[in-house]
Design a protein around this ligand. Sequence first.
Ligand code: ACM
Ligand code: ZN
Length: 712
Amino acid sequence: MKPAILKFLLSVILGLSAIIPLYAGNAVSGGSTPEAILPQVAKWIPANGGSLILDPSCSYRLQVKDAASDEAKAFQAYLEACPLALCPADRKPAVINIRIEDKLLKDDREGAYRMTIGRKDVSIRANGYAGAFYAVQSLLQLRASDEEGRIACGRIEDAPRYAHRGLMFDVVRHFRSKAFVLKQLDLMAQLKMNRLHLHLTDNEGWRIALDCAPEMTREGAFGDSWYFHHIMSGKPLRFAQEPADYVSGTVYDDGQTYGGYYSKDDLREIIAYAAARHIEIIPEIELPGHNMALLAVHPEFYCTGEHGVNNVFCIGQEEAFAFFEKVLDEVMALFPSRYMHIGGDEANKSNWKACPLCKERIGKEGLKDELELQSYCIRRIEKFINAHGKKLIGWEEILEGGLSENATVMSWRGTESGVESIRMHHDVIMTPSTCYYLDFAQDAPYKEPIAFNAYLPLEVVYGYEPEEDIIAACGADFDPAILKHLLGVQGNLWAECILEDSHYEYMLYPRAFAIAETGWSPKGSKDYPAFRQKALALARRLTRQGYRCFDLAAEAGHRPEAALPVTHLAVGAKASWRSGNKPAETPALLTDGWLGDYAIRRNPRWKDFGRQEITVDIDLGESKDLHYIGAEFVDYNVRRFCIPEDTEFSVSEDGVHFIPVAIPQVRLHPERQHYTIRTVGGPVNVRARYVRLHFNSGKRKVRGFISEVIIN
Ligand code: ACM
Ligand code: ZN
């Protein structure tokens, strides 16, 4: 190429690159753009500049075929009451034209919409009301993102990635008022989330008043104290009678009696409020486990014969099935959801093993064991649910002993069972505790309120990509068609440690924003820094609206000591440990030079030694002068993850004859709550090649997690 031509081309390129950012800058300065919307929209095509100011003088024109339908009326009512405060077009010039028609768009995903923002008007088109509703949510966020309510002109093409974008509220461990639930539904709608799973029964209470079982709320919805105190004291929960002045849907707490429940009218109100926001309420009635409240009111449903106190009902008893069938009948009639969640998790099978009636059932039904007995229970209940035209959802344990054909699985212990179910062509909702359990502390645990689990920061929640594990597990056999069984994602917030509503909100937000974005935005569109900026802005607005969000701007983040390797004499040294009669293991993490981060379980930096005594042997390779011996442990009393009660250190030159070295024992206050990482160790002054550390979890049989052994 001739230099003159090259020079000319270069000047054109440079000229264009000078114009393009300038033009883009104009578009941005002309009002907010969809980059501000959370969850991220699928596609944004900016116009050639210009903006529209959305202010209270704007009005709307709704073009629908079924103006007299309940859905049309509900949408109209929402528009008139929503913060856009629009008025119908006959009173003011119309600027927002909303057209809803079947098959208006090629995109047939429920919730898809197209929105064109012009200088004078907005045109919204959707196949159904959900799409139009989400377009309005996008418009509200756009308006809120600019102080003057200016929105840049352009076109949005948007649709959800997954059909299920959910949250689960545990209203049992600590009851949440009706007003609280309604408030969260408003925010879920902003986030384009469309499923709220209500965990209504569990060990600690029965939170739904039913005509067929009024005794369950009269005698099983109130306790003598907050559940949290029972965790800390280890004392069994005592149920109390419903207080005479109790008002349903509210939290009752007079300092002695604590609890509450929803009446059917409360739930009807919640269901209708949710439906107007395109949110389906999925009820959960737990069985066969997590049923201490039921068994407190109906002890006859315990297994017969010798049995311990546990939380399962007797699968051998027809009366117990009759109870659940009448309960499910009434619950399914109340909730329009296509689903009925029956729990199914963590059923302790020891009572079934010892019970003559359960054994009889196993024999009569030709079952192999208690796992198949559980499976018999789930299949039998599923048939009942299907006969009512509904689908069963259960926690992943419903896979044990064989999964019912039409059941939908919630994968919670990790993603493995979800992946396995999808490969077996069952529908799955991904809700892995490793990424989506919002009862984990969201920042350095020492600065956070007490949490039931260790550490799950926003970035980890945001980073979860639901299809990754499925594709990896299928390997070369991966067929994209299988992904139709991945219905979507859901965050779960268990409430063991969450007494106050504001604390519950604090645990939800902004992590629920991340789940909403994963559920809605297209695959491959994730951008954590951009998401974080949006989350900060949204949390600021929500705080002004009266929500309590975690202060993301003040996030401390991962444990700094765990960010870089440490040096000490034992790094790289051979380490082995023994526990009881088990063969010795050689966990490299004890001497790999890395300290544990705040996350504990399923974190390869921490070794779980259960409730055992363990002996760790370190071979330093040669005799050395030693001045310090110690090891890092988790101390998290709420979960009984504690430092060992007794510690003995000894040293040896030949690996056979050990002499003890004195180390001060750490004594902790038994009621301490906060999660900390502690080093158990101290100064020594010896020369040795071998170091032995013996830990005993003590009388309390607490569970131990150890990371690095440090020798200097
Ligand atoms: C569960 O967390 N047990 C479903
Ligand atoms: Zn039994």
